[in-house]
Design a protein around this ligand. Structure first.
Ligand code: BV8
Ligand code: ZN
Length: 277
């Protein structure tokens, strides 16, 4: 739903949104930031809100190192069950029309880059080239010490989750399996899934790259994110301070003071906008 100047919800007309976008960008200088909402139509649960992951799994346990380690010590089956619940969504997900529309905008030189909080690789699978992953990637492993990353094939992850499920209560067996899939690094560190947990710093290079992209954009699309996680949630403010227009696409407002709020599903709205651009 487009909000008119006095903030009333006016009927969202894709043409208006597209004209707004057309009038606010010099070709190729649109940037976008995405969150879990753009992958919702690919079947991956979002984190917050109705049916969100954190409704079922407390983030302080399942999205912090301390929570994961202490739960693994006492009740390893809880971690195994979480992985067994969460990973199949990621393994089976395919890009939806929202991801594809952004990839086409990039190919046509309209969109500069995608800054994402998502870890599902769906932007890359849709054909987006410059994807800046601020919270890591579920199909990559990273060394705890030297931060070296290695891609981890989906089949390998699937195999690991299956094996863990077989030994869900046997901690020693589980440790043996984990050390096989997360080997030692030649630097002496150990590999782990390359996902940024709470209390962990974001990958410095990715964060630097995100600032560079946002520094030069003349319009920012903020798509499918509740903007509650920092430091990512502060990025649109940084863009707004530069006087750059911000268009939010979300099925409910994130309460960020954007210039244009388009209510609805990213997988429906983005192809509409692309058609008119
Ligand atoms: C850090 C695990 C330095 C990975 C996640 C101030 C500055 C810096 C840090 C902090 C700070 N204040 C507090 C902190 C700490 C913390 C934080 O932000 N806490 C919050 C609770 C306040 N930040 C951190 O710890 C970060 N690290 O800053 O390090 C440091 C170190 C020590 C101490 C301090 C600082 C690390 C943050 C990353 C944490 N990892 N998860 C994983 O499992 O993926 S958080 C989790 O939230 C995910 O990573 C996710 O990417 C992220 C954001 O969520 P969203 O993508 O927005 O998803 P959400 O479900 O919330 O919303 C979905 C949206 O989509 C909704 O708006 C919905 O309406 C919409 N939607 C749904 N369907 C559709 C749709 N829209 C369109 N179409 C649809 N179809
Ligand atoms: Zn290393």
């Amino acid at each position: 739903m487009r909000q008119d100047d006095v903030g009333n919800n006016a009927e969202m007309i894709p043409e208006e949104a597209a004209n707004y976008i057309k009038n606010n960008f010099n070709k190729g200088n649109i940037a976008c930031m995405t969150g879990a909402g753009i992958s919702a139509e690919s079947g991956i649960p979002t984190f917050r809100g109705k049916g969100g992951l954190w409704e079922k799994y407390r983030p302080e346990i399942y999205a912090t190192t301390m929570g994961l380690v202490s739960t693994f010590e006492n009740k390893p089956e809880k971690i195994v069950d979480f992985l067994n619940d969460f990973y199949p969504f990621l393994l089976n997900a395919k890009p939806n029309p929202g991801h594809i529309a952004l990839a086409v905008m990039q190919k046509e030189g309209i969109l500069k880059a995608v800054v994402t909080q998502n870890i599902d690789s769906l932007h890359q699978q849709a054909g987006s080239r410059s994807v800046i992953e601020l919270h890591g990637n579920a199909f990559r492993i990273r060394c705890t010490d030297c931060l070296k990353t290695i891609a981890c094939e989906k089949d390998r992850i699937k195999e690991m989750v299956e094996l863990l499920k077989m030994y869900r209560r046997q901690r020693l067996q589980l440790l043996r399996i984990l050390s096989r899939y997360f080997p030692k690094c030649e630097c002496g560190g150990r590999f782990r899934i390359d996902i940024v947990l709470f209390g962990e710093t974001l990958p410095p290079d990715a964060l630097k790259e995100a600032y560079r992209v946002l520094e030069n954009c003349s319009l920012l699309l903020v798509i499918g994110t509740s903007l509650v996680i920092y430091p990512v949630a502060s990025l649109p403010l940084y863009v707004k301070e530069r006087g750059v227009k911000i268009v939010e696409i979300n099925n409910e407002p994130s309460n960020f003071p954007c210039d244009l709020f388009i209510q609805g599903k990213a997988g429906e709205i983005l192809p509409e906008i692309l058609k008119i651009l």
